[in-house]
Write a protein that binds this ligand. Structure first.
Ligand code: FES
Ligand SMILES: [Fe+2]
Length: 417
């Protein structure tokens, strides 16, 4: 974030505190159809058109440090293998042998000079997926090896994070996430290491889980700390980015401001806890607010100067979601055991996640109840709307039954830098 952006965000938060209602001319949102959360039809539309075309985070480049290192990835519900080539480039292929469809590699992680299918030994190149050799080739009549390469899928690395996309015509990773990536650059992801992965399965649609992280309207109620809240949602400013991505910056509450010895919420300071290793490039606005980015469709990053989590939502079926989160930290300890300050930090975060989770299963039940007429989204929840607009654009608006669509309203409010 440059100085101009920090200044603009500060002015925006001021304006949010001061506004008597929503800004003049801001569109009214209609209720969102519950059928987007509960029907097989919408779930199948998402599977077919959305999950097959989005960039999702599959792992970290340091998990495949050397040529031939690979890991498998199944969260898109298709078997994928990510492998580093001899040229050090990280690539992804469908982990599907072109002989009779066995998984080429079965281990979650491994290292191999070539990818040899464990079933009958067909051998593929780690550099391009080409079929290099097959046992008993004489038994295949008119066989053309060139036709039987492993299918490659789009794969790119940003700041150490490996992203994959099944769509061969997808925009590049940089193009797709250009605006949030530029603002997240200073978070120095490349130098961080994954710590303390967590996972929970929640009986609700994946969008219910995602939406809990798009607003802070709920914050003082759900995350109350015995009569006080750490954040003041009335000052929160929402940045709506292209492709359904967004950013939220929320000022500290009066009490949190006092506790930190700030003059007011905009007295951004270079706080750093001496127990943690600091990421020095992180600006003071991030240090003195709650700032989070979302990368469409399923990644949320509430960022901080000592490390931060990535949260990801993976639909298991229309009413079951796996919510994974993992922290990235400037790590200076050996092994998996966490130092006490990180353990404490993670326990606190887990507690917040539990608070958020508590509503999700009962909400799904309500969405399926005749009592629920439609989802109401207000002005400060507009990141939710931005997200849903992108869901529809991915599916193709014409493919969605009219009553399930959300109106495309927010184009004039999208920040392109
Ligand atoms: S299925 Fe892979 S070699 Fe036969
Ligand atoms: Fe929350």
């Amino acid at each position: 974030m440059d100085a101009a952006l920090i200044e603009r965000l500060t002015r925006e938060m001021e304006a949010q505190f001061a506004r008597p209602g929503e800004p003049a001319g801001f569109p009214k949102f209609h209720d969102i159809s519950v059928d987007r959360y509960i029907t097989d039809e919408f779930y199948e539309l998402e599977r077919k058109h959305l999950w097959s075309k989005v960039w999702v985070m599959a792992g970290r480049a340091e998990d495949v440090p050397n040529p031939g290192d690979y890991f498998t990835f199944g969260d898109l519900k298709v078997p994928i293998v990510v492998v580093r080539g001899n040229d050090m480039k990280v690539r992804a292929f469908y982990n599907t042998c072109q002989h009779r469809g066995a998984p080429v590699v079965r281990d979650k992680v491994g290292c191999a000079n070539q990818l040899r299918c464990q079933y009958h030994g067909w051998v593929y190149s780690i550099d391009n997926g080409n079929l290099v050799s097959i046992p008993d080739e004489r038994d295949f009549i008119d066989f053309c090896r060139e036709d039987k390469s492993l299918s490659a899928i789009s794969c790119d690395v940003w700041q150490g994070w490996v992203f994959v996309n099944q769509d061969p015509n997808a925009a590049s990773l940089q193009e797709w996430f250009g605006v949030p990536f530029a603002q997240m650059e200073e978070l120095a992801g490349e130098e961080l290491r994954a710590v303390g992965p967590r996972s929970m399965t929640i009986p609700c649609n994946w969008k219910v889980t995602a939406e809990a992280f798009f607003e802070v309207y709920h914050f003082k109620f759900i995350h109350d700390r015995g009569g006080w809240s750490a954040l003041d949602n009335r000052g929160a400013t929402m940045g709506l980015f292209p492709n359904g991505c967004s950013r939220m910056v929320t000022p500290f509450s009066k009490k949190a401001v006092e506790m930190r010895g700030m003059k007011d919420w905009s007295d951004f300071q270079k706080f750093s806890d001496p127990r943690f290793i600091d990421i020095p490039s992180v600006n003071n606005l991030i240090r003195s607010t709650s700032t989070a980015f979302s990368l469409f469709p399923n990644l949320i990053a509430p960022v901080a100067s000592y490390g931060y989590p990535f949260l990801m939502f993976w639909p298991i079926d229309k009413k079951t979601t796996r919510l994974d989160w993992v922290h990235y930290a400037p790590k200076n300890w050996e092994g998996d055991e966490l130092p006490p300050h990180w353990q404490q930090r993670m326990d606190e975060f887990d507690h917040i996640m539990d608070e958020d989770k508590r509503n999700m299963a009962p909400m799904q039940e309500s969405l399926e109840s005749p009592a629920m007429k439609g989802i109401v989204v207000n002005y400060q929840e507009r990141r939710i709307w931005n997200f849903h607009e992108q869901v529809d654009r991915m599916i193709g608006i014409e493919n969605i039954p009219e009553h399930m669509r959300v109106q495309q309203l927010l184009a004039p409010y999208i920040e392109r830098e």
